[in-house]
Design a protein around this ligand. Structure first.
Ligand SMILES: Cc1cc2nc3c(=O)[nH]c(=O)nc-3n(C[C@H](O)[C@H](O)[C@H](O)COP(=O)(O)OP(=O)(O)OC[C@H]3O[C@@H](n4cnc5c(N)ncnc54)[C@H](O)[C@@H]3O)c2cc1C
Length: 393
């Protein structure tokens, strides 16, 4: 078994503290609680707030300076996701769709022409990608997607459908995993194709989900949708190489993006429960004086402390380009499950008020429940960890 403990220094660089302060001020000013509640209720994307966020330059945290970014900094990217998720997924998820789905993937997998064309626009917050991977019959087993693309002249003609394609209505391109060769080849005939959602032949049907409102999730169907061959990610070199792209190092960061969302939601829930416990009185005393509540809050703080350490450590491994697939899977597994527990515990501290819409905790519960499911479920992460650590089968 490979040694897991490498240098475990967890001292955050000073620019991360500054970034966190800036984002907290941003959230107070541009993402007040009542607005976050409205975005959730109306399932709406506040594009004006997203544009204000882009003006801070944070969209460029996955993009080298030569392309207009601030340099690839995964720790900064995750702290941005964490901070925005404390207040609203209607902003943090579109941030991921820009900085990560678009920025990180084009940087890693795009052709030189695509990098020069897309990256500066992404760094400016002007391009958002939605992931079109899942299909009705294709969940964890992504290599069995059935949506097809056939070459006709200098175009690709796409037929099929995607399920749970979040943010397809607000994106510029759907980053779609498509079968571009014969069925049966499985890993060798997949390509990633950029499909503008307003192309003729694209139809979008919203899906009513419990949480993660804002970039709402949808069914998307493609009927003879034509895109130029230059929309294949990586262009000629990317044709039929899609599997390598979705399992590239971007996947490690994707696991951490979900962990960072979960962390932000759980921190917000814990803070709110802490404050509530100090004001709510029963039996003549604030409930924070009851040992059961004190222990519960102490446990929640401890879980969050460990979750933060795991997330930042995995981010630092990613920034150093160190081997990290086991650590990122462990982080995704631990943080999302711990966050779920913390949020449910926070809800119980609110008692009956945790079950009504007046408090943010009700939204936190709906949002956090998704995190162990998406980005590779907890079962999938457990499989990966056991396999990669070489457990005999
Ligand atoms: C709100 C929301 C937003 C989403 N957004 C997107 C998006 O933007 N783009 C996108 O492409 N997808 C998106 N998804 C889909 C999400 O990523 C899927 O949940 C994922 O693809 C897994 O598919 P599935 O849930 O159908 O589970 P399945 O793969 O069908 O799994 C069902 C159950 O079996 C378990 N399981 C599966 N395989 C194994 C195994 N090998 N070993 C042990 N257990 C296993 C799973 O853990 C789960 O409990 C979204 C989903 C939701 C609900």
């Amino acid at each position: 078994m490979r040694a897991l403990v490498r240098s475990m220094t967890i001292e955050l660089p000073s620019h991360i503290d500054q970034l966190r302060d800036t984002l907290r001020r941003f959230a107070e000013r541009h993402m007040p609680r009542r607005e976050a509640a409205r975005w959730d209720k109306e399932n709406t994307f506040p594009r004006n707030v997203f544009e204000e966020l882009a003006a801070l330059g944070v969209m460029g945290s996955t993009i080298p300076e030569e392309f207009g970014g601030t340099g690839r900094d995964i720790l900064a990217t995750l702290v941005t996701i964490e901070e925005l998720s404390r207040r609203s997924l209607a902003i943090s998820v579109p941030y991921i769709m820009c900085a990560c789905y678009a920025g990180m993937n084009i940087l890693e997998c795009g052709s030189e022409r695509q990098k020069a064309d897309f990256l500066p626009r992404i760094a400016a917050g002007k391009l958002i990608f939605a992931y079109g991977w899942t299909e009705a019959d294709t969940g964890a087993d992504l290599a069995s997607v059935k949506t097809t693309g056939r070459i006709e002249g200098d175009e690709l003609v796409i037929n099929g459908s995607k399920r749970f394609c979040s943010g397809s209505e607000i994106c510029d391109y759907i980053y779609a995993l498509i079968r571009t060769g014969e069925q049966g080849e499985r890993y060798k005939n997949l390509s990633i194709v950029l499909i503008p959602p307003d192309s003729p032949g694209v139809e979008i049907q919203p899906i009513e989900s419990m949480g993660m409102k804002g970039a709402r999730t949808t069914d998307v169907s493609f009927t003879d949708v034509r895109v130029p061959l230059e929309n294949i990610v990586g262009e000629q070199d990317g044709f039929n190489r899609g599997w390598g792209m979705i399992t590239s190092s971007g996947l490690d960061v994707e696991k951490l993006e979900v962990a960072a969302i979960a962390l932000g939601i759980a921190e917000a829930a814990c803070d709110d429960a802490w404050e509530y416990s100090e004001t709510r009185k029963q039996f003549g005393a604030t409930i924070s004086t009851f040992q059961s509540i004190r222990h519960q809050l102490a446990e929640m703080k401890t879980q969050l402390h460990v979750a933060r350490l795991a997330t930042y450590h995995a981010a630092m491994l990613s920034d150093r380009e160190a081997p990290r697939r086991v650590e990122t899977s462990m982080t995704k597994l631990f943080v999302t499950e711990a966050a779920k527990k913390v949020v449910l515990d926070a809800q119980s501290i609110f008692g009956a008020y945790g079950y009504v819409r007046d408090f943010d905790i009700e939204r936190n519960v709906r949002d956090v429940l998704l995190m162990p499911i998406i980005g590779g479920s907890s079962a999938v992460q457990r499989n990966n960890i056991a396999n990669w650590l070489g457990l005999a089968r």
